[in-house]
Each structure stands twice: as structure tokens, then as C-alpha cells.
Design a protein around this ligand. Structure first.
Ligand code: PEP
Ligand code: MG
Length: 931
């Protein structure tokens, strides 16, 4: 039996249905489904995505059985539509469109009005009584066909701006100019006839071929061109961005043409079953009389409002379809209700009214913004249209972001000119004046001015200015650079790795692509996508707690999820914000940030340059009260919840001054000679500090640092315990690679704990000791490390850095190129590299739990806020994820979705197993019978 490549639809039935998306593409599957539920779709047929594969495998050759199937398809359209393809009296015209599994809007080609030839033009003109319309349709066919089929699909190389499309446009423009016409609508039948002859000559001359005058030749040309466009430049680029596999292929839909431009009783429109911008349950859309679909979208004519309800001040004077043709409108409302109930989701519909008859051309799930997605999901669940679980799947975690940060007004952004693009490190929108130093940012920001700190990169010394700024923009660095990490922690808009910026701090200028901006000039940033604009663009405010749909959805998410969600926070304010967003504890409190205040940095530096352990202890004693008060603040803010506090991690040289003036100042403050200080700073210098003397290596070399920090944490905990405040500190040792390192630090911590208990006269003090798993060796020997750990927290920033051997601070120079070229599927610093880094994580979980069944497991790298990585963490059985405060709601939703998806995958696997078992049984019985 020959393989079926052509699926028919129309006339109340179809060969396919909505479930056959993979084979028929989204468009084809939905057209088939509409046909079977009595929605009036123009008849047609879909050529499968399989055929696309066969076409490419055969280098553009079709299987022999196809011609017959296409002929049958054409005959089917003719029968349903009551017209004949190529018939001089009553001709049928068809469109040829692409349709992949996943919508790829505008990325592939379309050819309309196929079937118009010198013979059929006359018949159609007579039948419609509208020769102008017919010649207009013919010249549009010629323009599209010559460009898409005869030039692009044939691979004709032409210099930029000299393509056949441009040359035909030029002919059209000169004709309009000669007559003094303003728009295409002014062209008369005679003009169009003249144009058509000119086009014919031009095509022959430019492409060396006649424009085909045979309908079947036109059809095959159109089909081939659409298949070819799957591998067009635009389509390939779009697939890379959206992660659509090349081997999916596109389907091709051949469908009877219906015309919204056949006169004043014809129209065309686009509508949504609910408002896609707000989620309100109002039928929303736009239409135009005597027009083609593209006229509504192109924005040349202002479209009319669909009904009276959606009229605005700008459109109140325009006619609504509801008033213009009430009967047709009522019919459209009927289809809207039917399709939304049938698909159980908001639909984006296209319709055409041809001489008073309504046709539905397309239905698909409509795109929507974040707030609308949340409202629709919750409303539809309450209406009984979808389940709670489906509601959770309807909102992408990233869509919550739109509710959590002020956003750039999308309408204003559409028309703004972009200055530069970087990595989207901190979402949301921000507007401010450029400042180039942290001090200036603090000065102006503190005085209430809106500023954006623009730097090559940031360091802990810039934190005060970063905090005072509306947003941070850096020329260098990647998604886990200092700027990105800190900004995300505060929910601040941030763009990093914006290589087009050339910053000259001395001159106070930023040059970008030939434009020179000065300190004080306004810029606007969209941190969600990484775009920078010149000037001030309007922002839309954020306030999720006032949104009842958001609150409901999050409640459902919490009921469903298994993973806990904690936050990464080092300040009580951030901890409180995260708690308000639903955080169930702190998964990472980085203590090094606590050493940078004016009041403590000197003591810290004194400790670093100390030569003996007595001197060091003296300096540390000065730091103790500061640390203790920080921990009191953070433990109090998280009362009743666990707080993981990490001992100091970065190399010490990060804390010392790096310029002459700073060194001189410090020498004076601590009473040593500049020379001596310089020598000590030089001694701290390391060629590869990220792999140097940092993390627990510091604690091993200078146990007094571990002692001081432990004392500060546990004394704070003891004081609060005495006041009946429930606190659960968890002391985390960074950068452990061997069991012995952790055992060494654990012994110190336990020793100090005993002292603290004695000092506060406490019999018991609740706390845990654990480690980061961020060095591959710790993962490989997790069974040994677990012997001395109460918990593991995956530090996937460093684990990724060390597994790949990519510097997390510099990888921005080549990683985007890697992703673009498909060498890496995505940036591994953003989303866990499941096959490599993920393997180490999975192994640590298994080995760790084999040693200690109740070993607590979490993640605190940046990946803890990435939805795909959260799904992976759920899969490997972690107890919690920890992320920056503003990502907490996103993580809650992602964790819930992971449960729902897992449940569905299991149910699917069970159903498949049942099916195979019953198939086996039947074949077994049949065989037995035969025997
Ligand atoms: C990590 O390495 O993943 C981590 C959380 O620690 P840091 O980013 O502070 O190195
Ligand atoms: Mg780390």
C-alpha cells in the first residue's frame, strides 16, 4: 500500500484531527479539526511533514505516489467548493501555505491566488462581475510567485535590492507616480492590465522564463517553494532561537481561496476569544471591509473594532462588525464559543467574509502576555474548562516576571531605536541617567535621582553604587558575573556583556556604535531581553500582591509542588522580600558582602595583612560584633525557617585596595609602611584566583576566620533562642573538594559550638554543618564527603565553571557564539547542562544518600531560579532550590509544573505499556487460534 502524504479537509469532514500536529503541522491539524466540528473552513488538503523529510532526502524529488494523491486532493476541493481548478468558466483558486508543528510566524513562504491564468481570469471576472478585483489578484500572484517560486526557491542569486520583488515594486511605483496615485487602491482595471503585461515581460527578461500559465504547474511550483522555505535563512535562524529541531520539517496546506476584497459585502479580520493583553473574557479583535488578511496586520489602514465593547477613544468613530453585519457577527460569536470550548484555551482566529458568507481560516492557541496568561488560566479553571494542573501548565514561569518587575511599555519599545544589546541578567525595565562610578551613583541616587550605573564590570567595591542605581549595565561579564548575581539578588534590572559599549571614565563618555553619550544622558533598559535604548521610555509598574489571579495560581502551585523553595539573600531586607514572595528559608547567605561596609572593611583588611595569628585574632575580634549583628538581622527576618550561612569564599586579595591611593590610605589607617603593605598585597596576588587560595582553603590555613564566623552565627542563634525566637542556622563550608577539608572545618565549628553553648548556658543549640558541592571532586567522592556533612548544596556556578573549564566571568566572549552555532544547546551558566554537570549532580545525590539517607540536598547556584534546571532538580530528588528573591515565585511555579509534568509522563508511559500488553495478548490469541 502506498504511503499517505495528503490529508483532506472540508465539507464537514477531514482525514486528520488536532492530535496529529506532528504530522500535519499546527495549521493543518487545526483546519482538519475545525472541519470535523462544523466550522466553515474553505476545503483543502495538507501535505505531511513526513513528505518534507522525503523531499529533502530525495534532493527535491517527490515519491511517485504523490501526484495521484495531489490530484485527488484538488478534486476534493473542487467538489466541496463547487468550482474547478483551471476551468475557464468557474475557476477555483488556491493558496499554498507552510505549517510547522510549532508556529513560526512569517518565517516561511506563502503563495496566494494560484490557478489564475490567461484563461481563468476572464471566467472569474465574469462570475464576480469585478474585473478589477481579478486583475489585482493576478498581479499579486505574479509578484509573490516570481519572488518566492521563480527566484528564491530556484536559488537565483541577486545583489541586494535588485531582486525580482523589488524590481516589480519599482514598476508598480512608477505607474502610480505617473498617474499621481497615492495608494494601490487607486489603480484602475486598465492600469492593472498594463501592469500585468509589464510584469510578464520583466519576469521573462530577469529570470529567463515565462510566468507559468498552467494552473497545475503553478501549484507544483508553489508546493516546492514552501518546502524549500523550511531551509530558508529566516526559518533556520528562527529555529535556532526557538530550539526547533531541523528534522521536524514543515507541512504544506493547499486550500481554496476565499476573498475579503471582493467588494463592499466582503471583509476580513483577526480576533481573539479573550483579550490577550488583559485576559478579560471579552471577544476582542479587528476587521476591515473589502480587504485582505495582510491589510489588517500590516497597519496601513486603521482596522475597525470587532464589537461595541472593545471600542476605545481612538476607535469609537469606526464601525464595528457587530453593527455592520449583525447576523454574520452572531455567527462569528457562535464559532468563537464553540472553538474556545472545544480547544479549552484562548484562540486566535482569522476569518474572511466573502460576499456575505463567513469563512474561518485559522484557529490556534493565542499568544498572550504574563498577566493575561495568569488571569485566563485561573478563570478557565474556575469556569470548569480546565483542571488546576492544566492551569499551572498554562503559565510559563518566565511570564510571572512581568508581574514582579516594572516593565518597559511594549508599545513604546516597538517604535524605539535600540542602542545596543547585551545579556539579560536582571529582568524588568529601568530608566535613568548614565553614571560611570559607584560613588557618583550613590551620590545622585541617594539624592533621589534616577541613575543607571554603567561600568566595564563591577566588583564588591561597587555594591553601594549598584544598590543606589535603578539598573546596572556592564560592557563585560556573563550571566554569573558579579553584576548579574548582585542585581538579580535585588530584583534589579541589569544587562551584562554589552560589548558595543566603550566606556571612558576619565572623559565621562560612553560610545556605542558611533554614538557618544555623556554621563548624565538618559538611557532606558529592558533587562528581560537585554536591550538598551537612548532617552527615556515609559515604564509600567509592578504589584503582584494586588493581583487575585496571581495569588490563586501561586496557592495552587504550593499545594502541588514537592520541592522546597528558598532564597539567596545576604541582607535582612532581601530576606524579608523573599519571604513575602513565599521563600521557605535561605539557601545561601554569602557572608563576604558583609565585609564591605565603611565600618568593617578596615578591620577586614587589618586581618588580611596580619602577620601572626594573634594579630589576626585581634582584627577578627573587631569584626565579630558586626558579623553577629548581621546574622541576628537575617535570622530574625527568617524566624522559624532554615538559614544557610556560607563561610567566607572569595580570595582575600578581593578585599584589599588595588590602587596606589587606596594602599597609602590603608597603610596610614593600620599603621604599617606602604612598602610592607604593597609587599603583602603582591603576595596575595594569584594568577588564577578562582582556582586559588579561597573557600575552605582559607579556613584551613586561617582557622581563626572559621572560628570567628562560627562564633558570630551561633552566638546570634543562641541569643535569639534565649528570646524564644526559633532559628535554624546551617553553616556551609565552601569549595570543598575532599572529605578531609570538610572534616577539618567541621571539627572547628563543633568546638566553637560547645563554647557558645557553655557561654549561653544552653543544653542544645539547633544547627547543621554542610558543604557546597561545587568542585567536581566533591561530587565524585560525595559518599565520603557525606560522612561529615548534614547537607549538600550544589554550587552550580562553580561546578559548571570547573566541569567545562570555562571561566564564569569571561565566558561571555565566546559562549553566545557557541550557542548560536549550536555547539552548545544553551548557556550552561543559565540552565544546568544536564548531560555533564547534571550527571555529577545525580551521582552526588545517589552517593551522598547511600552514605546518609536523610542527607538534605539543595541547589544555590544561579540555576536554582531557572525553570528547566528546577525541573531537573525535582527529577533527581533534591529537597529544595534556592534562588534570588525575585525569582522565588517563578521557582514555586516551576516546581509545581515539574510535578504535573512528571505525573503526565508517568500516565502516558503506563497507557503505552497497557497498549503494548493488550496488543501482545491479541497477537498471542490470534497465533494460538492459527495453531
Ligand atoms: C556557586 O558556585 O554556585 C555559588 C553559589 O557560589 P558563588 O556564586 O558565590 O561562587
Ligand atoms: Mg561558588
Amino acid at each position: 500500500m502506498s504511503k499517505k502524504y495528503v490529508y483532506l479537509f472540508g465539507g464537514g469532514k477531514a482525514d486528520g484531527d488536532a492530535s496529529m500536529r506532528n504530522l500535519l503541522g499546527g495549521k493543518g491539524a487545526n483546519l482538519a479539526e475545525m472541519a470535523t466540528i462544523d466550522i466553515p473552513v474553505p476545503a483543502g488538503f495538507t501535505m505531511t511533514t513526513d513528505l518534507c523529510t522525503v523531499y529533502y532526502d530525495g534532493k527535491g524529488k517527490y515519491p511517485p505516489e504523490l501526484a495521484k494523491q495531489v490530484e485527488r486532493g484538488v478534486a476534493h476541493i473542487e467538489k466541496v467548493m463547487g468550482a474547478k481548478f483551471g476551468d475557464p468558466e468557474n475557476p477555483l483558486l488556491v493558496s499554498v501555505r507552510s505549517g510547522a508543528r510549532q508556529s513560526m510566524p512569517g518565517m516561511m513562504e506563502t503563495v496566494l491566488n494560484i490557478g489564475l491564468t490567461s484563461k481563468t481570469i476572464k471566467g472569474l471576472a465574469k462570475r464576480t462581475g469585478n474585473p478589477r478585483f481579478v486583475y489585482d489578484a493576478y498581479r499579486r500572484l505574479m509578484q509573490m510567485y516570481a519572488d518566492v517560486v521563480m527566484e528564491k526557491a530556484e536559488g537565483v542569486e541577486v545583489p541586494e535590492g535588485k531582486g525580482i520583488r523589488e524590481r516589480m515594486e519599482h514598476t508598480l511605483d512608477s505607474l502610480k507616480k505617473r498617474h499621481g496615485y497615492e495608494s494601490d487602491a487607486d489603480l484602475t482595471t486598465a492600469d492593472l492590465k498594463e501592469l500585468v503585461s509589464k510584469f510578464k515581460r520583466l519576469i521573462k527578461k530577469a529570470l529567463g522564463k515565462e510566468f507559468p500559465d498552467d494552473p497545475m504547474a503553478q501549484l507544483w511550483g508553489g508546493i516546492g517553494a514552501v518546502f524549500q522555505s523550511w531551509n530558508g535563512k529566516r526559518a533556520i535562524a528562527y529555529r535556532r532561537i526557538e530550539g526547533i529541531p531541523d528534522e521536524w520539517g514543515t507541512a504544506v496546506n493547499v486550500q481554496a481561496m476565499v476573498f475579503g476584497n471582493m467588494g463592499d459585502d466582503s471583509a476580513t479580520g483577526v480576533c481573539f476569544t479573550r483579550n490577550p493583553a488583559t485576559g478579560d473574557k471579552t471577544f476582542y479583535g479587528e476587521w476591515l471591509s473589502n480587504a485582505q488578511g495582510e491589510d489588517v496586520v500590516a497597519g496601513i489602514r486603521t482596522p475597525n473594532p470587532l464589537n461595541e465593547k472593545v471600542k476605545t477613544d481612538d476607535t469609537k468613530h469606526l464601525p464595528s462588525l457587530e453593527k455592520w453585519r449583525p447576523k454574520v457577527y452572531r455567527e462569528l460569536v457562535g464559532h468563537r464559543n464553540c472553538l474556545e470550548t472545544h480547544y479549552r484555551d484562548m484562540q486566535d482566529l482569522e476569518f474572511t467574509i466573502q460576499q456575505g458568507t463567513l469563512w474561518m481560516l485559522q484557529t490556534r492557541s493565542g499568544k498572550r502576555n504574563g498577566p493575561a496568561a495568569i488571569k485566563m488560566a485561573v478563570d478557565m479553571c474556575r469556569e470548569g474548562l480546565i483542571s488546576k494542573e492544566e492551569a499551572l501548565l498554562r503559565v510559563r514561569p518566565a511570564q510571572l516576571d512581568e508581574l514582579l518587575h516594572p516593565m518597559l511599555d511594549p508599545a513604546a519599545e516597538k517604535t524605539a531605536k535600540m542602542l545596543a544589546k547585551g545579556l539579560p541578567a536582571g529582568p524588568g525595565g529601568a530608566v535613568g541617567k548614565i553614571v560611570l562610578t559607584a560613588d557618583r551613583a550613590e551620590e545622585l541616587g541617594g539624592a533621589g535621582e534616577e541613575v543607571i550605573l554603567v561600568r566595564n564590570e563591577t566588583s564588591p567595591e561597587d555594591v553601594h553604587g549598584m544598590h543606589a542605581a535603578q539598573a546596572i549595565l556592564t560592557a563585560k561579564g556573563g550571566m554569573t558575573s558579579h553584576a548579574a548575581l548582585v542585581a538579580r539578588g535585588w530584583g534589579k534590572c541589569c544587562i551584562v556583556g554589552c560589548g558595543a559599549l566603550h566606556i571612558d571614565v576619565a572623559k565621562g563618555t560612553v560610545s556605542v556604535n558611533g554614538q557618544v553619550l555623556k554621563e548624565g544622558d538618559w538611557i532606558t533598559m529592558n533587562g528581560t531581553v537585554g536591550r538598551v535604548y537612548g532617552g527615556k521610555l515609559p515604564l509600567l509598574p509592578a504589584n503582584p500582591e494586588t493581583n487575585p489571579s496571581y495569588k490563586q495560581l501561586m496557592k495552587w502551585a504550593d499545594e502541588v509542588r514537592r520541592l522546597g523553595v528558598r532564597t539567596n539573600a545576604d541582607r535582612p531586607e532581601d530576606a524579608a522580600q523573599a519571604r513575602a514572595f513565599g521563600a521557605q528559608g535561605i539557601g545561601l547567605c554569602r557572608t563576604e558582602h558583609m565585609f564591605f561596609g565603611d565600618d568593617r572593611i578596615v578591620a577586614m583588611r587589618r586581618m588580611i595583612v596580619a602577620e601572626t595569628s594573634e594579630e589576626r585574632e585581634k582584627a577578627l575580634a573587631k569584626l565579630l560584633p558586626f558579623q553577629k549583628s548581621d546574622f541576628l538581622g537575617i535570622l530574625k527576618a527568617m524566624r522559624g525557617l532554615p538559614v544557610t550561612i556560607r563561610l567566607v569564599d572569595p580570595p582575600l586579595h578581593e578585599f584589599v585596595p588595588h590602587d596606589k591611593a587606596g594602599t597609602k590610605d590603608l597603610a596610614k589607617q593600620i599603621g604599617v609602611s606602604v612598602k610592607k603593605l604593597e609587599a603583602r598585597i603582591a603576595q596575595l596576588h594569584e594568577l588564577n584566583p578562582m582556582l586559588g587560595h579561597r573557600g575552605c582553603r582559607l579556613g584551613v590555613t586561617y582557622p581563626e576566620i572559621t572560628r570567628m564566623q562560627t562564633r558570630a552565627i551561633l552566638e546570634a542563634a543562641a541569643e535569639l533562642t534565649k528570646k524564644k525566637v526559633k532559628v535554624y542556622p546551617e553553616i556551609m563550608v565552601p569549595l570543598v573538594g575532599t572529605r578531609a577539608e570538610l572534616a577539618d572545618q567541621r571539627a572547628i565549628i563543633l568546638e566553637v559550638a560547645e563554647e557558645v553553648k557553655k557561654k549561653y548556658n544552653l543544653r542544645k543549640l539547633d544547627f547543621k554543618i554542610g558543604t557546597m558541592v561545587e568542585i567536581p571532586r566533591a561530587a565524585l567522592t560525595a559518599d565520603e564527603v557525606a560522612e561529615v556533612a548534614d547537607f549538600f548544596s550544589f554550587g552550580t556556578n562553580d561546578l559548571t565553571q570547573m566541569t567545562f573549564g570555562y571561566s564564569r566571568d569571561d565566558a561571555g566572549t565566546f559562549l553566545p557564539g557557541y550557542v548560536e552555532r549550536g555547539i552548545l544547546p544553551k548557556d550552561p551558566f543559565q540552565s544546568v547542562d544536564v548531560s555533564g554537570v547534571g550527571q555529577l549532580m545525580r551521582m552526588s545525590v545517589e552517593k551522598g544518600r547511600a552514605t546518609k539517607r536523610d542527607l538534605k540536598l539543595g541547589i544555590c547556584g544561579e540555576h536554582g531560579g531557572d525553570p528547566d534546571s528546577i525541573t531537573f532538580c525535582h527529577e533527581i530528588g533534591l529537597d529544595y532550590v534556592s534562588c534570588s528573591p525575585y525569582r522565588v515565585p517563578i521557582a514555586r511555579l516551576a516546581a509545581a509544573r515539574a510535578v504535573v509534568e512528571e505525573k503526565r509522563a508517568r500516565a502516558k508511559a503506563r497507557a503505552k505499556k497497557r497498549k503494548t500488553a493488550s496488543k501482545r495478548k491479541t497477537t498471542g490469541k490470534r497465533k494460538a487460534k492459527r495453531r
